[in-house]
Each structure stands twice: as structure tokens, then as C-alpha cells.
Design a protein around this ligand. Structure first.
Ligand code: XUL
Length: 527
């Protein structure tokens, strides 16, 4: 029996998935939802309240406590963590953790104290800005100017300077609190932070997640000196090294052996971003397969056959954990927008699906919603901007069924409009994330893309990707063999697009494009 553990520290929860590579089975799949299990952190959706919709921070200690809860839950559920032969995982991308002592110097955790109590004194900044933060437009402009313009940024890093990316976030901190920046000796991504906790030493940053910082030179896999300088003084000394995703970090810290029964010497492999890790969990690391992930953010991504960047400047290029690169388009108004509509309409998820499948029709009788309840990444909108067009009842918010269809139609159409540069075929799309359990959402995606939509058996492909990456790095298992066993789509839930509906969505796509252009013109960030 060879168990491999994959973790996913995402916006709203921490998940664990354990695979048995000999038995070809998933043996555990568990999550700790921060808002439910850790209410003392006052983060019902995984981030702290703020009057400014552009500011989005989380408490990194919440992630530390969640790790202990999750490992405790696995043990209590009868999982023998001593059988685990390797650990890897993923984190929500771009978020950053600031430490006044290196984990290399402080990570000899004592089993007598909770981990959070040992990490608290290491923090040089109490909170971690996360990917939903869009407060760094000034810093993006400054970094872009120093780099020599948007085109240079894209040529070096694969993305223009973007508010949520880690470099602009670091710059803002260094500018606004230079003393705390001075005290900071180590900056981690969420992924490398969690890996460091587990290994009890400073973990490197993998190319997958590192490419989401506006600092990594894609052509060399090194931090770009000019961008380091343009971002913050002394940053070159404060960042862990960038490494290929399959790099071993070390072995599990004695703390986890003593407290949770891991075997001494269990290897920990570099963590990656949740999207790159999901590329692995979906079995999509070879070009040719488009993936849609429906989580707190919605993302559309694919491994890239040839290097390509988004001419509109919204899309990104990250490292593909199996080698090469991946293209990604991120939409901030994913599940939070769907939840907002479901709440307003008083629908549970079954009713939400029925509203789409039974109560409304494609095109929604002319009702259209721009579902922007938080600042949006694609297209870039600096403030929330929900806009309702259509019947009086719909506009007044009194047609719950039409609202359910409207949010999903707009999201799917926006993916179709903005994901075109990725250039991989979209006649077959793999879907993952919590939203992929909803047949109403799958049907709209199928009709909008005129595609075959295939959900995965496991809904957390990012944690699965972590487990498979650990198995590949530790046991040298072939990707294709792992994919065949663990990443097979659930053909029973396959949904096909209806060709008769193509014209409806071609027309609606045109309308959405026009409406969006008007909102973008009045609501773009000040750069
Ligand atoms: C990707 C992005 C989000 C986060 C959230 O660029 O910002 O998808 O990774 O999980």
C-alpha cells in the first residue's frame, strides 16, 4: 500500500486527498471550511471583513490552525497517516505571508505547543493579502514603468503587472510600512508557506505558482533582477528560490510525526498554485485539453503547445508542473456571485439547478446580468458593478429563476469571450471545483461553448493534483498511468451542447460584449 497526500489551501477551505497508488483508489477526501470550523477568525468566506472592497486579506494563522484540524480529522476518520509515502499540495495563488524569522531557523516545532502559537511570533505582518485584493493599481503602474512598459512585463513574466499578483502586493507593503518590511526576512506564497510548515524548513517556490508574482523570468526560471529592484528594497534576499515543481523540499517535521503519526522521513515535495496543481489533477498537463474550474474564483486554463500571451492583458501564463507552461484566465466573480444570487432568490443548489434546467430557457427571455459583486479581474473592474437588463421583474430582483440562469450564462459567455486567446480546442472541456457538481451550470457551459462537458469524479482536482505530484516525484510514477487511474472523467455526468442553441448564444455573446465594454469604460482602475 502506497499512500500519497495532497493538500489544497484554498480561499474558503483546506482540503486533503489521499490516493493509494498500489490499490488505485482515493482513500480519503476531507475538508475544513474556515468559516464553519474557525469562526474566531471572523472570515466567513475565508477573508477578513473590510470596508474597502479592494482590500482582501486573510489571517495566515487560520491556515495553520486548519492544517491541524484537518490532520486531526483524517486521524479521527481512521486514516493511518504513517502509511503516507509522500506529501505535496497547492495553495490559492498570489497570496503572500511575511515572516521576521526564516522557517529554516525557527521550524524545529515543539510538539508541546500548538503550531499556530509557534508561527504567530514569526509573522512580521499580521495578515496576508490574497488574490482577491485589487488595491495595488499604483504599484502596478510603478513596476510597469520601471520594467519599460506592459510589453516588457509580458515578455519577461507572461503577464502585465496585475493588482492581485505578489510583486505589486509586496511593493505596497514595503512602501506603506517600511519598518515592517525591513523586519521581514522571508516572503512566502500560500503554497510555499504550507509546505514550509510541513517540512519545518524554508520551502522553495515552484515555477507554477512563482509565475503568478510578476517577478519570475519565464525564459530562465529565475527571479528577474530588474523586477526585484523595481518591487522592493532587499527583496532578492527575502524570497525563497524558484524551483521546478517536482523538487523535494525535505521530510515531514518531527512535530507531525509525534502529533499525527506520520512516518519519520516522509518526503515533502514543493507545493504549487491551486490552478497549476489542478492541471495535474485533471490529467491535462499535455496541450489539447481545456479545463474550467468553478470555485471561489472561476478559471479557464490549458497546457500550452506554444508560448502565447493575452493581447487584452487580462490572461496569465504560469508554469505547468509537468514541464512547460499553462495559460489561465481568472474570473473573481465565481462562486461568490452564484452564492449571492442563490441567497437573494432563496434557492438551494438543487433548486438553482432546476431554475436553469426546468424554469428558464437559453437566452433567458432577454434577461442579462453583469454579475460583478466584487471587483473583477477579467475584465478588470475596480469596483463592484452588478447591472441588470431585461424585464421589470428581473431588474427589480424579483425573478429568482431568471437570476440563477443569468449569473451562469454571463459567466460562461465571459469565459468564451475572454478565453479565446488560449487557443486550445474547446469542443471538449473538463470541469472541476464545487460548481461542477451542479448539472444546471454544466448544461449552460455545454450550450454556450457548444462543447462536450466532462466533470471529474473527484471535485477537488487541486488536492488530487498534489497527491499525484507527490507520487510522481517520490515513486517516479508516469503521469499517464496516474491519470488513467485517478483523473478519469465521470462519463455518467457528461453533458453535450445543443447545436440548435448556438445562434442564441452567438447573439447573446455580442450583447454581453457591448454591455461589458460600457461598464469597463466607466470602471477601469486608475493606472
Ligand atoms: C488565479 C487566481 C485564483 C486563485 C484562487 O490567478 O487568482 O484562481 O488561485 O484560488
Amino acid at each position: 500500500m502506497a499512500y500519497f497526500l495532497g493538500l489544497d489551501s484554498s480561499t474558503q477551505s483546506l482540503s486533503a486527498l489521499i490516493v493509494d497508488t498500489d490499490g488505485g483508489k482515493v482513500v480519503a477526501d476531507k475538508s475544513v471550511v474556515f468559516g464553519q470550523r474557525l469562526p474566531q477568525y471572523r472570515s466567513p468566506h475565508g477573508f477578513l471583513a473590510s470596508d474597502d472592497p479592494k482590500l482582501r486579506h486573510s489571517d495566515p494563522l487560520m491556515w495553520v490552525e486548519a492544517l491541524e484540524l484537518l490532520l486531526g480529522d483524517l486521524r479521527a476518520g481512521g486514516v493511518d497517516l504513517g502509511r503516507i509515502r509522500g506529501v505535496s499540495g497547492a495553495g490559492q495563488q498570489h497570496g503572500s505571508v511575511y515572516l521576521g524569522r526564516r522557517i529554516d531557523d525557527a521550524g524545529n516545532w515543539s510538539a508541546a505547543l500548538p503550531l499556530a502559537d509557534q508561527v504567530r511570533p514569526l509573522l512580521s505582518r499580521a495578515t496576508a493579502p490574497i488574490w482577491m485584493d485589487s488595491s495595488t493599481s499604483a504599484e502596478c503602474a510603478e513596476i510597469t514603468r520601471a520594467a519599460g512598459g506592459d510589453d516588457r512585463m509580458v515578455a519577461i513574466t507572461g503577464s502585465v503587472a496585475i493588482e492581485r499578483f505578489t510583486g505589486p502586493q509586496i511593493r505596497k507593503f514595503a512602501k506603506h510600512d517600511p519598518a515592517a518590511w525591513e523586519r521581514t526576512v522571508e516572503v512566502h506564497l500560500v503554497s510555499s508557506f504550507v509546505a514550509s510548515l510541513l517540512a519545518g524548513k524554508t520551502a522553495p517556490i515552484d515555477f507554477g505558482d512563482g509565475a503568478g508574482m510578476n517577478l519570475l523570468e519565464l525564459s530562465t526560471g529565475r527571479w528577474n533582477p530588474k523586477l526585484l529592484d523595481a518591487t522592493a528594497p532587499g527583496l532578492d534576499r527575502k524570497l525563497p528560490a524558484p524551483v521546478p515543481s517536482a523538487t523535494p523540499v525535505g521530510t515531514i517535521a518531527e512535530y507531525f510525526v509525534a502529533k499525527y503519526g506520520f512516518a519519520a522521513g516522509t518526503p515533502v515535495v514543493a507545493f504549487s498554485g491551486d490552478n497549476p496543481s489542478s492541471l495535474v489533477g485533471m490529467g491535462a498537463t499535455r496541450p489539447g485539453t481545456a479545463v474550467v474550474s468553478l470555485g471561489t474564483s472561476d478559471t479557464m486554463f490549458a497546457a500550452m503547445a506554444a508560448p502565447r500571451t493575452d493581447p487584452r492583458g487580462y490572461g496569465n501564463v504560469f508554469g505547468n508542473p509537468a514541464g512547460g507552461f499553462m495559460a489561465l484566465q481568472c474570473f473573481a466573480n465565481g462562486s461568490l456571485a452564484r452564492e449571492e444570487i442563490a441567497k437573494r432568490a432563496g434557492l438551494d443548489w438543487q433548486e438553482f439547478a432546476a431554475a436553469i434546467l426546468d424554469d428558464t430557457k437559453p437566452g433567458n427571455g432577454g434577461n442579462l446580468l453583469l454579475p460583478y459583486f466584487v471587483p473583477e479581474i477579467t475584465p478588470r473592474l475596480s469596483a463592484p458593478a452588478p447591472r441588470w437588463f431585461g424585464s421589470d421583474r428581473f431588474v427589480a430582483g424579483k425573478d429568482g429563476a431568471a437570476a440563477a440562469r443569468a449569473v451562469v450564462e454571463a459567466q460562461a459567455l465571459s469565459m468564451r469571450l475572454h478565453g479565446d486567446w488560449i487557443g486550445e480546442a474547446t469542443d471538449r472541456i473538463l470541469v472541476t471545483g464545487g460548481g461542477s457538481k451542479n448539472p444546471g451550470i454544466l448544461k449552460v457551459l455545454a450550450d454556450v461553448f457548444q462543447a462536450e462537458i466532462l466533470p471529474l469524479r473527484v471535485s477537488n482536482s487541486s488536492a488530487l493534483g498534489g497527491a499525484l505530484r507527490a507520487a510522481q516525484a517520490v515513486e517516479g510514477r508516469a503521469w499517464e498511468e496516474l491519470y488513467k487511474t485517478f483523473a478519469a472523467p465521470d462519463f455518467d455526468r457528461r453533458v453535450a451542447g445543443d447545436p440548435g442553441i448556438k445562434v442564441v448564444y452567438d447573439q447573446l455573446a455580442g450583447q454581453l460584449k457591448e454591455r461589458l465594454a460600457a461598464v469597463v469604460a466607466e470602471n477601469a482602475p486608475n493606472r
